[in-house]
Design a protein around this ligand. Sequence first.
Ligand SMILES: Nc1ncnc2c1ncn2[C@@H]1O[C@H](COP(=O)(O)OP(=O)(O)OP(=O)(O)O)[C@@H](O)[C@H]1O
Length: 560
Amino acid sequence: MMDTILTTTGHVSPLAQLVVFFYKLLGTQFGLDPSMVLAILGFIWGALKIGSQIYDYSQRFVDDYLINNQYLMAQTVWKTAWEEEEELEDALFWTDGGEVNGGNRMYLNFANQAARSSPRFVPAMGSTAFWHKGTYFRVHRKKESFINTHSWGGPMKDLEEIKVSCFGRSIDPIKELLSDAKALYYNDTRQKTTIYRPRVKEQRRDHNMWQQVARRPVRAMSTVVLDSSEKHDILADVNEYLHPWTPRWYASRGIPLRRGYLFHGPPGTGKTSFSFALAGVFGIDIYVISLQDAGVNEEDLATLFTKLPRRCIVLLEDIDTAGLRRDLSSESDDKTENSEDKGKKEKKEKKKKKKHNTTSDTSDSESESEVEIKPKKRGLRKKDAAKKNPVAVDGISLSGLLNAIDGVASHEGRVLIMTTNKPEALDEALIRPGRVDVQVRFSNASSIQAGELFHRMYEVSRQNETTKTTVVGELPDKSNEQPAAKHDAEELEEITADEMKEISEEFGRRIPEGVFSPAEIQGFLLKRKKSPRRALEEISEWVEATMRQKEANSKVSTMQ
Ligand SMILES: Nc1ncnc2c1ncn2[C@@H]1O[C@H](COP(=O)(O)OP(=O)(O)OP(=O)(O)O)[C@@H](O)[C@H]1O
């Protein structure tokens, strides 16, 4: 039958003739059954196909289950001071700084710090897989960029998609995974305050107006020296405002849910520190805006306020230095303009109108001359205003700021804190109740507060030193320490808690009331941060020298 088919087709095509030739050759020359040969060839082809599939499958199995081939990106990260502390504590590198006279001082060297710190691994784009609590998960990360059709937020916007999948029909393992991830994240951030600032224009994408700039350990409220009843009043006020019942209370009375605070007082008295401590107490993040930031215009400011979370602190720093005033420059220009000037201006305008009429009779001369004059006028005013108030012209005007603060879109529920050194210079519209509900005055340190600052500076170190030596059977190894540092540590060890209290009070008594800011006192103490006795010995001389310097209005300190 096969022979018949081949002979018939062989007449039709030359290729078939060739097949017929080989077919006959196999039978006549080698004595093989050609059908058998074909069957064997077919079997080999099939076996090879199955073999390659088994190979592919086993390869995939080995890749997925036996070899860790997850795609990770390794980044050399610049760590914050606090992250670094944990990692580098045991791996510090010291140098003598090439000292000529062979001094025995050693100094830290961070030249290879980046190379020595371990890289941070993050999942790369694409697929990654991992086990969590006995379940195998696959994560697929995808990021796409689109052209932004909104007027704000930069030309492009990113959309990142993360797909999490696991075996089975229940979504419970995924829910559990997400809740575990959330818990882990919040555990990490619980003791930290996250600080945000406006993102630079070029990096703003989509709704991303704020950029996380730092995450610092919470500043304990006890570290801010302030009258304790005042401190508690503010805490109680903020607490009530942030309470979940408060929105209903405000809404039922038709009052917008906002609370504004004005912290005013001399530089270095704790306005910013207290704001951060507040954020720490309530576990909320802090959003800092400087009105002097050239990258933030009025429109941005309004948008920034709409992009705040439900509960947060907005810190508007040094509002006086932003030079915010009502835009009175144009009005006052007009008011102060004397009649002589007015006369000159009118004459000029008439001349211009005449000139214009001669060149174009058909045009509406009045309106055209207005068009011609007005921009010039604006230009002049802008120039004048810029001289008086450089920020208000190109930056943010008072009305712009007020709109942002109480615009409809401005997020309700935020705590607004404005700080200033010159409350008198502020426009009353900015600090009227409803915008500023509580004013807090921060002053230079009293004697008692100076004593508290001293105590806080040394007591923690003293306790640390004493604990080190009282650990049973463990003597602190100070062989690596600098001789000076060893001496300082010994001094702190020797002082008892009672003695520290006494020294602190004595220190306070030597500081005149309300003359020095806490920042100034802190500066003095920091230069003697391990030797409280020396600080006490030298304080009177420092007070005298610094007061002389203040009287002379000099910026150069004779004693630090
Ligand atoms: N009342 C205070 N209690 C404890 N530390 C303070 C106090 N005031 C200032 N300091 C210290 O002084 C430094 C400057 O303080 P801070 O920035 O809070 O002052 P400020 O009033 O906001 O100053 P400015 O008006 O210049 O912005 C900080 O390191 C802070 O620890």
